[in-house]
Design a protein around this ligand. Structure first.
Ligand SMILES: O=P(O)(O)OC[C@H]1O[C@](O)(CO)[C@@H](O)[C@@H]1O
Length: 615
C-alpha cells in the first residue's frame, strides 16, 4: 500500500478538515467551504457493524509538504500502481487512486468490510436478506445456478435459461411466426415495462445490440399516451410482425398495465390477434400471468420472488429481449459470474466491488453527502448511468436503517456520456459547487479492428475521445475533485455482464456497511398510493359533474361547488388541477372564466351520461 496517507486530504480545499466523529469537531471544521454545506448529523451515522467506532478521516495533514505530494506525479503514479485492480479474464481494471482515502481510513473500514463480506456470503447462501419482505436475494444464482440454495431453484434457473434460448431461436429462425405478417417472421420487439422491468433491457440493448439485429427493439416504459402512440406509430404496418413482451415482476404495475391495454387496442384497431404475439414475463399467478394464461398468449416466462426488479436483468427480464436481438446471453452471464467470483474475495484491496463501496463511503462520508457522476466515454454505454440510478438510488435511498433508526441514506447518481457532457455540465463539476465525485468508464477499443484511420497525422477520432477522458480526469483532480476510473477493453456481452455484477455487488456491500436493506423500496408505495387517491377523486368529480350536467338546463358548477358536492372541500386545489387536466383534453367544458383564474371557472360535462347516474 502506498505510504501516502493523507495524500488527498492534505489540501484544505480538497478534503475538508473533518471526521465522521461529528461531535468531536470544532464548528469550523464541520463544513467544507468548497463542497457540501451539510454537517453530518449523528443520526446519519451508520450505527451497526461497528457501532461504537466512527471512521475517522485523516484531517491533520494540511501542510504544504502534503499539498506538494498531491501534485507530485511520481507519488501519484505510485499510488496508481499501488491501488490498481485488474481482473485479467475480463480485461477489466479499476483505478481508485484519485480518491483520497488514507491508509488509516482503509484500516478502520476493514472490520466493517469483513462483516459485510460475511453478510454477503449468508445472502448468497439464501438467508432472508430482505427482512421487511421476508425474501431471499438470489440474483447471483442466475449466473451460477449451482449456488442456488435448493435443487428445485437450480433446475428452475437452468430450465428457464434453456427455454429462453430455444424460444429466441424459434422466433429468429421463423419457426414461430406471427399469424398475419406478410414478412413471415417477427421483425420487431415492443417491450412494455417500467423501472427494473425496462432499465436493464434498455441498457443492454443500447450497449450490445448489433447494427442489424434479427429483431429491433422499442420500449413503452411509461403511461404517457403520446409516448405510447409514438412507439406504435413508428411500428406502423410492422405491428403485424411485432412480438410484444410485457414485463412486470409483480404483474400489477399500473403503467405497465396501461401500456398493455393501449397496445392491445392498437392490435384490435389493426385487426390483429394480440394473444398470438404477446409474451409475459412475470411471477407465477400474478394478474399479468393469469391474464396471459387465460387469453392464451404465445409464451410466458417466470420472474422469481427472490430476484428484485432492479437486479433482474439477468433473469428472463433482460435475457429474453437480449437473446431476441442476437446478443450472446450466455456470455453476459459468464461475465457476470466471473465478476461475482472476483468480488467474493474477502481481501478488501483485491475486491473491486469493495473498493468501489469503500470509495463511495469515503467520498460521501457514508451518508451520500456527494453525488456520483457516471461518465462512460462510449456512446453505447449511454444508459449505464440511468440503469445505475435505479440500482443505486432505489437500493440505498432509505429512511431507516435495519435497526429502525432514521438515517435518510442514499447516493445520488447521474450522468450521460463523455465527451458530450463536457459541453454541458463539466464546467460546474470542475469549478462550481463541489458536491460530487466522478466515475469514468473507459473503453480501450475505439472501433472494431481494421476500421480505424487517422483524421490528422498520428491521431484518430478515438484518440480524441481518449484525450478528452484523460484530460477531464486530470483537470478535475487538479481542482480537488475525486474520481474513480473503470476500464474495460471492449463493450461485449461479457464486459457488460461484468459491469452489472460489479455494481450490484458494490451496492450490496455498501448497504451492509451502512446497515440498510438494499432490497426493498417502501418509499415508492407512497407515490403510488397518492396517485390512486387522485384518480379516485377524479371519479367523484366526474360523477358530480355528470349529475349537474344531466339537469335541464345544465348546471355549470364553480370549483367550490364541485368540492362541496365531492365532500372534499380540503381537496379544492387538486380538484382544480383535475378539471384543468380534463379540460385540456376536451373532457369537460368551461362555461365561464378560464383555467388561468380558478375562482372564475364554471364547469360542466359536454355530455350527460345517464347510465353513470344510476350506476
Ligand atoms: O416489475 P414491476 O413489478 O412492474 O415493477 C416495476 C418497478 O417498480 C418498482 O417496484 C418501484 O419503482 C421497481 O422496484 C420495479 O423495478
Amino acid at each position: 500500500m502506498a505510504s501516502l496517507s493523507g495524500l488527498y486530504s492534505s489540501s484544505p480545499s480538497l478534503k475538508p478538515a473533518k471526521t465522521l466523529s461529528v461531535k468531536a469537531l470544532p464548528a469550523a471544521l464541520t463544513r467544507d467551504s468548497f463542497s457540501f454545506p451539510h454537517t453530518p448529523k449523528p443520526s446519519h451515522l451508520p450505527l451497526t457493524l461497528s457501532a461504537s467506532r466512527a471512521v475517522s478521516r485523516d484531517i491533520s495533514h494540511t501542510t504544504d509538504a502534503k499539498k506538494e505530494l498531491l501534485k507530485d506525479p511520481n507519488a501519484l503514479w505510485q499510488r496508481y500502481l499501488d491501488w490498481l485492480y485488474q481482473q485479467k479474464d475480463l480485461g477489466l481494471y479499476l483505478d481508485v487512486s484519485r480518491v483520497g482515502f488514507t491508509d488509516e481510513f482503509v484500516a478502520e473500514m476493514e472490520q466493517r468490510f469483513q462483516a459485510a463480506f460475511k453478510a454477503m456470503e449468508d445472502l448468497e447462501k439464501g438467508s432472508i436478506a430482505n427482512p421487511d419482505e421476508g425474501r431471499m436475494v438470489g440474483h447471483y444464482w442466475l449466473r451460477d445456478s449451482k449456488l442456488a440454495p435448493k435443487p428445485t431453484l437450480k433446475t428452475l434457473i437452468e430450465k428457464t435459461l434453456d427455454s429462453i434460448c430455444s424460444f429466441a431461436d424459434d422466433i429468429i429462425s421463423g419457426k414461430i411466426k406471427p399469424p398475419s405478417s406478410p414478412e413471415g417472421r417477427f421483425t420487431q420487439i415492443l417491450s412494455v415495462g417500467i423501472g427494473g422491468s425496462a432499465l436493464g433491457p434498455q441498457f443492454v440493448a443500447e450497449a450490445l445490440a448489433p447494427d442489424n439485429p434479427p429483431l429491433k427493439i422499442r420500449f413503452i416504459d411509461n403511461t404517457d399516451p403520446a409516448g405510447i402512440d409514438h412507439q406504435i406509430a413508428q411500428l406502423g404496418p410492422e405491428l403485424a410482425s411485432t412480438l410484444v413482451i410485457v414485463i412486470s415482476k409483480s404483474g400489477g404495475t399500473p403503467e405497465t398495465r396501461n401500456g398493455l391495454l393501449e397496445v392491445q387496442k392498437a392490435f384490435r384497431d389493426a385487426g390483429l390477434n394480440f394473444a398470438k404475439q404477446g409474451v409475459a414475463i412475470t411471477q407465477e399467478n400474478s394478474l399479468l400471468d393469469n391474464t396471459a394464461r387465460i387469453e392464451g398468449w404465445l409464451a410466458r416466462f417466470p420472474m422469481y420472488d427472490w430476484v428484485g426488479g432492479r437486479t433482474s436483468v439477468m433473469s428472463a427480464v433482460g435475457l429474453l429481449p437480449a437473446a431476441l436481438q442476437g446478443i450472446d446471453i450466455r456470455e453476459m452471464l459468464s461475465g457476470a459470474a466471473i465478476m461475482d467470483e472476483a468480488t467474493r474475495t474477502t481481501s478488501l484491496k483485491n475486491n473491486p466491488a469493495a473498493l468501489l463501496a469503500m470509495c463511495w463511503y469515503w467520498a460521501t462520508d457514508g451518508i451520500g453527502s456527494k453525488d456520483m457522476v457516471i461518465l462512460p466515454y462510449k456512446d453505447s454505454l449511454l444508459l449505464f448511468s440511468r440503469y445505475l440510478q435505479q440500482l443505486v438510488m432505489e437500493s440505498l435511498g432509505k429512511e431507516f436503517d435495519l435497526d429502525g433508526n432514521t438515517v435518510n441514506q442514499g447516493l445520488t447518481v447521474y450522468g450521460n456520456k463523455g465527451s458530450t457532457d463536457q459541453h454541458a455540465y463539466i464546467q460546474q463539476l470542475r469549478e462550481g459547487v463541489h458536491n460530487f465525485f466522478a466515475t469514468f468508464i473507459e473503453v480501450l477499443r475505439d472501433r472494431p479492428p481494421g476500421h480505424d484511420w487517422e483524421l490528422e497525422p498520428g491521431v484518430t477520432c478515438g484518440d480524441y475521445l481518449f484525450g478528452m477522458l484523460q484530460g477531464t480526469r486530470s483537470a478535475l483532480y487538479a481542482n480537488g475533485r475525486e474520481s474513480i476510473s473503470v476500464t474495460i477493453e471492449e463493450v461485449t456481452p461479457r464486459t457488460v455482464g461484468a459491469l452489472i455484477a460489479l455494481y450490484e455487488r458494490a451496492v450490496g456491500l455498501y448497504a451492509f456497511i451502512v446497515n440498510i436493506n438494499a432490497y426493498h423500496q417502501p418509499g415508492v408505495e407512497a407515490g403510488k398510493k397518492a396517485a390512486a387517491e387522485v384518480l379516485a377523486l377524479q371519479k367523484r368529480v366526474l360523477s358530480v359533474l355528470n349529475e349537474a350536467s344531466c339537469k335541464d338546463p345544465v348546471e355549470p358548477l364553480t370549483l367550490d361547488e364541485v368540492a362541496d358536492r365531492c365532500h372534499a372541500p380540503e381537496e379544492i386545489e387538486m380538484i382544480y388541477k383535475i378539471i384543468a387536466h380534463m379540460s385540456a383534453n376536451d373532457r369537460v367544458l368551461i362555461a365561464e372564466g378560464s383555467c388561468g383564474s380558478p375562482r372564475s371557472v364554471k364547469v360542466y360535462l359536454g355530455e350527460c351520461n345517464v347510465d353513470d347516474l344510476y350506476a
